[in-house]
Every structure is written in C-alpha cells, then in structure tokens.
Design a protein around this ligand. Structure first.
Ligand SMILES: Cc1ncc(COP(=O)(O)O)c(C=O)c1O
Length: 395
C-alpha cells in the first residue's frame, strides 16, 4: 500500500492558517536571552508593530497563550464578581466566551441570533436603553464569528452604545478578523480587543493579544475578579522597557516580527482587499454549486459576509463531516468542521492568512470534486464562477 500522500497539504480550515516560509525560518532561528539587549530590540519591534495592525496608539499586551487566554484576560482585568455583561451569541465562539464569563462568576445577558447573521446594533441599543441603572458593565461581540462566516459591524455597535448614552465597556474578539478584515481599535472606540496569532497574522498558534483603551486601564484599577498570570499591570510595567515579566514565547515573537514586516510590505488596505476578493470568489462558487437548490451559504446577510472564511450548508440528509473526510483522504485538504448546532451541517472554507488566487482555485477545485465523489447534489461550475470573479477584479 502506498502510504505517502504526495503534494503539499492544503490547510484550508479558518485557522490555524498556512505559515509562510519567511515566518517559519524566523521562528527556527536560535532562541535568544529574553533578558538581554537583543530581546529588547525584538520586544520594541513587536510591541510597537502590533499597534499598527490593531490600529491603536495605546498598549497591546501579548500573551504566550491561545486566543482563549486573551478572552479570559479581557474579562478578569476589567470586571468584578457578579458583574452583568451583555453578550451577543452569534455562533459557537460567542457561546464559548459566554460560558467562560459564567464560569468566572459574571452574570451574562445573552442576545440570541440565528447564527446566520452578525450582531444587530439596534438590538444592543435597545438592551442598553432598558438598563437605566447601568448595571451592564461590558458589551462583548465577536467581530468575525468563525463558526458561521458572519461578521458584526463594530463601528455601528459603538454608535449604538453611544446612542444609548451607556457607559459599558466594548470588548471585541478579532481572533479570525485581525489582519484579514478592516478593524480599527481606537477609531471605533473599542475598550479591549482580543486577537490571536494563528489566523490573519500567519503565525502558528501560541500568541494572543489584548489591545486596551484608557477606559479599560481605568477599569482594571477597580476590577475585583481574581487575576495573576493574566494581570495587565506587571505586563505593562515590563513592556515599558520592551521586556516581559515572565519568559515570553521568544521564537514566536521573532515570527511575529517577520509577519508584521510582511503585512507592512503588502499594506493593510491591500491585505483587506485580497481577503474580500477571495470571499467574493468563494461565495460565487457556492452560489453556482447551489443553483439547483441544496447547497447554500450559512451567512444570509450580504452586509455581514466574511472575507476570512465561508461556511457552506449541505442539503438535508447529507453529512458535511463525511464530505470533509473524503476530501481529506482523496485530496489531502483539511476543511473546517461544523461547530455546536452546525455540527455535520456545514463545512467551512478558510481563505485567510498567506493565501493567493491559485491557492483558492485549488481549494475550490478540491471541494467541487469532493461534492461529486460524495454524491452531494450540486450544479457544476463553481470553480469557473470563482475564476470569473478573480479575473474580473484586479488583485
Ligand atoms: C472567533 C474566535 N474566538 C475565539 C477562538 C478561540 O481561540 P483559541 O482556539 O486560539 O483559544 C477562536 C478559535 O478559532 C475563534 O475563531
């Protein structure tokens, strides 16, 4: 039996994403002394560089942790036991953040959605207007819900909070949108932005981030939830000299330095345009496959379409996991699975990170062949439809 699978694996889940060779080479350089002068240079480069990507002039804290750690840091640094938080359940990741808040002893009010659109600023505004005693301390929204491929309009959420004249902090998860979809921490008045390394930033998993506003820093002085490892204060103190209070993930930080250089070279507006274009081409493919009914986009609201990923619903009675399994075995490509209530109902195509036109066409060709082989009812011509979009729009 031939056990070797030739060709490069297509890692087309919506993160972790493909790590470019430049970043991989940077990461394998020898580990340096994290208290020596060379580290201060690296610390300066990443602590200042990440601000450009998060679009803030304020501090960004970098944890050696997955995104979940940065979720926890956002909550424990700003809130106290029993505090009410308003959370919009746009999908599986919003649900996990809500469950974490509950476990930490917070009292979330959940605004439900059908998982087929982003957060509705009008619903948030109505909930805040009802809270005349200002018990709600924070509004938590996931910018790009990775389980559904729907984005939420963060500037409009800020406007809704202001329209209700409510003092709640705004916390936003940008784990699958940062460096893929336009995001502006400072301009949009976000208090804590949560991000991770393994998606648009083109790094392996293992780093996560909190960008913090002056209001969030003030809240941190009053917050009473227990915190130690996640405490912003010793971090900020050490970061002032570009060091860390404990051993940082030195090699991942060196990778981050390289990834930031690559993003600077391409230019963030071009990075966003590339992702938007790949999202449009992918949706054109899905719409072509679904022409005769059956396959459809999980996201129903064009305003909320994601440039990072596309979640595709299968016709009733067909298993998304069986399709993914077949595509993995036959074409050596990983696609994202359905999560929570979408388990086995959707598969997700990640088109974020270090990703070009031909990577997308290869990905879509693998899906189209997989649909045929798995006997999933579909119309042909998805790849053609995507190629038409890609050749009509300049890269
Ligand atoms: C939007 C979003 N939030 C949070 C997380 C959790 O991050 P991690 O798995 O890095 O802990 C993910 C992971 O995919 C995500 O996509």
């Amino acid at each position: 039996m031939n056990s070797r699978v030739p060709g490069r694996h297509f890692l087309q889940i919506p993160g972790p994403t493909n790590v470019p060779d430049r970043v991989l080479h940077a990461i394998v350089e020898p580990t340096i002394d994290h208290r020596g002068p060379a580290f201060a240079e690296l610390g300066r480069a990443v602590l200042t560089g990440i601000r450009r990507v998060m679009r803030t002039s304020g501090p960004v804290i970098i944890y050696p942790a997955s995104g979940t750690g940065a979720w926890e840091a956002a909550l424990v640094n700003t809130l106290s036991p029993g505090d009410t938080v308003l959370m919009v359940r746009t999908g599986w990741f919003a649900t996990l953040w809500y469950e974490m808040a509950t476990r930490l002893g917070l009292a979330p009010i959940v605004l439900e959605t059908d998982w087929r659109r982003g957060a509705d600023p009008a619903v948030i505004e109505a909930a805040l207007r009802q809270d005349s005693a200002h018990r709600i301390r924070a509004v938590c929204v996931v910018h790009n819900e990775t389980s559904t491929g729907c984005t939420s309009p963060i500037a409009a959420v800020r406007a809704a909070i202001d329209a209700a004249s409510h003092p709640a902090l705004l916390m936003v998860d940008t784990i699958s949108s940062l460096a893929s979809i336009d995001y502006r921490h400072e301009e949009w008045g976000v208090d804590v932005t949560v991000a991770g390394s393994q998606k648009g930033l083109m790094l392996p998993p293992g780093l996560s981030f909190n960008a913090v506003s002056p209001r969030a820093l003030a809240a941190a002085e009053m917050a009473r939830l227990p915190r130690s490892y996640w405490d912003w204060r010793p971090m900020l103190e050490a970061n002032a000299g570009f060091f860390f209070p404990f051993t940082p993930a030195t090699n991942l930080l060196r990778g981050l330095q390289e990834a930031l250089a690559m993003l600077d070279e391409e230019g963030l507006p071009n990075v966003f345009a590339r992702h938007a274009r790949h999202g449009a081409a992918t949706r054109a493919a899905v719409e072509a496959w679904g022409q005769a009914g059956g396959l459809e986009l999980q996201c129903l609201e064009p305003r909320d379409y994601s440039g990072s990923l596309t979640a595709v619903r299968l016709p009733q009675g067909h298993s998304a996991d069986a399709l993914r399994g077949l595509i993995l075995k036959r074409f050596n490509m990983s696609l994202g699975n359905g999560l929570g209530q979408l388990k086995d109902r959707v598969f997700r195509i990640g088109h974020l990170g270090d990703f070009g036109d031909l990577s997308l066409i290869g990905t879509l060709a693998g899906v189209e062949m997989g649909l045929e082989l798995a006997g999933v009812p579909h119309s042909a011509g998805g790849v053609d439809a995507a190629m038409t979009v890609l050749s009509a729009q300049e890269a």
